[in-house]
Design a protein around this ligand. Structure first.
Ligand SMILES: [Zn+2]
Length: 453
C-alpha cells in the first residue's frame, strides 16, 4: 500500500460538486429505502409529500422532516425493545449497543447488522489513517468494552488497518498505564478526560509516559479534544500528538476526525454523511462560520435509516479548503463546541461549560474541576468553580484569584467563586465527563427568572 495521507484518496479529494452529486445520489437511495422498509418513516415522508424521485439537489433535503431523539424513543416505547425505525428483520442483527445512560435518560437501543459493523470500522479507518496511524502501529484501546459503543469501532478499524490492537477493557488505570509502556504502544485511544487521568496515574507510579513510545492519542467521547488548552495539556502530559474525533451512538461510529495537519478543526466524512448546520430555533441553515446545531443524515447505517437527525451538538462549519491537507471535505472549526442544552443563563449572562473549561485548563496545576450552580438566599443565581490542586507547593491562592479574574473578564464581569477543595472530592470520569452541577431552585416561570436576573 502506498503511503497516501488519505484512506480513500478519490473521495477525500473530490471536487465539491462531485461530493454533492454523490450525496444527492445516496440521499435518493436512502429515502427510497426508508420509504419502502420502515412504515413509520414512510408515513412521515408521505405527510411531507416527499418521494425519492423528487430528490434532485441538496436543497431537497430541507423538505424531509427532522427527526428527534424523542421520535426515536417514541418508536421504542411503541414497539419494544428495538423500536419502529428498524428496517431489517431482527434475525439479521449481529450486535447490539446502546447509549451510555450517563444523562439519566432512557438509553437508545441500536441493532447492528453485518453491514453496519463493517461500515462502523470503515468510518474509524478514515479517522485513524487520516491522523497518521499505520499498520506498523501498536494500538492500545483504553476503554471498558460493553454495550456502550465507545471505541468498539476503533478497535475493529485498528485490526482492519493491520495494527497490533490491544483491547484495554476490564483494567484499572494503573494496569492500563503499565501495559501501554510494557507493550510499546505507539497509539492510545481514550476520552480526553481519561487521557489526563492516565497521565496523572503514570506520574503517581513514577512512569514517564511522555518519554514512552506513544506518538499519537486518538480522542473521542467528549468535546474537550478540540479545546486548545485541554488538548495542549493532554499533548504535553502524554508526550504525543492528540487527534480529535467525534461520533454518536445513533450512528455507531464517528462522523468527523482531525487530519495530520491539525488545522484546529475536524473534517466531516462527507461521502458518508450530510451534516447540516441549522439555527436551533428556526431550523433554517446557517452560513459557513456561524454557530448552529448539527443535523445528520447517514448513508452507512444498515439497520436504521438516519435522516435529518437532530443532534443538539453545536458546531461551526468552515470550508475544507481552509486546511492544507488537500481534503475537500468541510471542517467543524473547534470540533463539537458543546450542546444546545449546555448553555446556562446566570444573572443574565450566558455561560458555556466549554468556555469555562478552556480557561480552567490554562492552569495545569488544576487536575480536576467542577462548575457548580446554586441559589443563594433563596433567590439569587450563583456560580462557583471547585478545583483540586494536588501540588502542595503550588500557589493555590494565586491560582484561584487569577482564575476568578479570567472567568469574570470572559463573562461580562460575572462573579465566579473559585474554591479549592480537598483532593479526591470531585468525581473522576472514564467515559463522558459531567462537570456541571446545577443545584438551582427554580422559582416562578422562566420569564420571571429572566426578569430577576
Ligand atoms: Zn485537513
Amino acid at each position: 500500500m502506498t503511503d497516501s495521507p488519505y484512506w480513500n484518496p478519490r473521495h477525500e479529494t473530490m471536487a465539491r460538486k462531485d461530493v454533492e452529486a454523490l450525496q444527492v445520489r445516496k440521499l435518493r437511495n436512502l429515502v427510497e429505502w426508508a420509504d419502502s422498509q420502515v412504515p413509520w418513516q414512510a408515513k412521515r415522508l408521505r405527510d411531507a409529500g416527499v418521494t425519492a424521485d423528487q430528490i434532485r439537489s441538496l436543497d431537497d433535503l430541507q423538505r424531509i422532516p427532522i427527526m428527534t431523539r424523542d421520535d426515536w424513543m417514541q418508536g421504542q416505547v411503541e414497539e419494544p425493545p428495538f423500536g419502529s425505525n428498524v428496517a431489517v428483520p431482527r434475525e439479521s442483527a449481529i450486535r447490539y449497543h446502546m447509549t451510555s445512560g450517563t444523562t439519566g435518560k432512557t438509553p437508545i437501543r441500536v441493532l447492528d447488522g453485518m453491514k453496519d459493523w463493517e461500515w462502523i470500522a470503515e468510518m474509524w479507518c478514515y479517522g485513524l489513517w487520516g491522523f497518521g496511524v499505520r499498520p506498523r502501529d501498536v494500538l492500545f484501546v483504553a476503554f471498558g468494552y460493553s454495550t456502550f459503543i465507545g471505541f468498539w469501532g476503533l478497535h475493529y478499524a485498528g485490526e482492519k488497518l493491520g495494527c497490533l490492537t490491544l483491547p484495554g477493557g476490564a483494567m484499572a488505570t494503573d494496569q492500563r498505564v503499565k501495559q501501554i509502556v510494557d507493550m510499546g504502544a505507539t497509539v492510545v485511544a481514550s476520552t480526553p478526560t481519561y487521557a489526563l487521568r492516565m497521565a496523572q496515574e503514570a506520574r503517581a507510579l513514577g512512569i514517564d509516559l511522555a518519554g514512552s513510545s506513544v506518538q499519537r492519542l486518538i480522542l473521542s467521547g467528549e468535546p474537550a479534544g478540540s479545546i486548545p488548552a485541554t488538548k495542549k495539556l493532554i499533548q504535553e502530559e502524554g508526550g504525543a500528538r492528540a487527534g480529535d474525533t467525534a461520533g454518536m451512538t445513533e450512528l455507531g461510529t464517528i462522523m468527523i476526525f482531525e487530519c495530520g495537519e491539525q488545522p484546529g478543526g475536524t473534517h466531516i466524512i462527507e461521502d458518508n454523511y450530510i451534516e447540516e448546520v441549522l439555527d436551533p430555533e428556526s431550523d433554517r441553515p446557517v452560513a459557513h462560520g456561524e454557530m448552529g446545531e448539527r443535523v445528520v443524515t447517514s448513508f452507512g447505517r444498515g439497520f436504521i435509516p438516519v435522516m435529518r437527525y437532530r443532534t443538539r451538538d453545536l458546531v461551526v462549519k468552515v470550508p475544507g479548503m481552509s486546511c492544507r491537507c488537500g481534503r475537500t471535505w468541510d471542517l467543524y472549526e473547534g470540533g463539537i463546541r458543546g450542546r444546545v442544552d449546555d448553555m446556562k443563563l446566570v444573572r443574565g449572562t450566558n455561560v458555556y461549560p466549554r468556555a469555562v473549561e478552556a480557561i480552567v485548563r490554562e492552569h495545569p496545576e488544576i487536575d480536576e474541576f467542577q462548575i457548580h450552580l446554586y441559589t443563594a438566599e433563596g433567590r439569587r443565581d450563583e456560580i462557583e468553580i471547585l478545583v483540586e490542586i494536588p501540588d502542595q507547593e503550588a500557589d493555590a491562592g494565586g491560582i484561584t484569584a487569577r482564575l476568578e479574574k479570567e472567568l469574570a473578564d470572559a463573562h461580562e464581569a460575572l462573579r465566579f467563586g473559585v474554591k479549592q477543595v480537598d483532593l479526591g472530592t470531585l468525581p473522576r470520569f472514564e467515559l463522558k465527563a459531567k462537570r456541571l452541577v446545577d443545584d438551582r431552585i427554580v422559582i416562578g416561570t422562566e420569564g420571571e427568572r429572566r426578569a430577576q436576573a
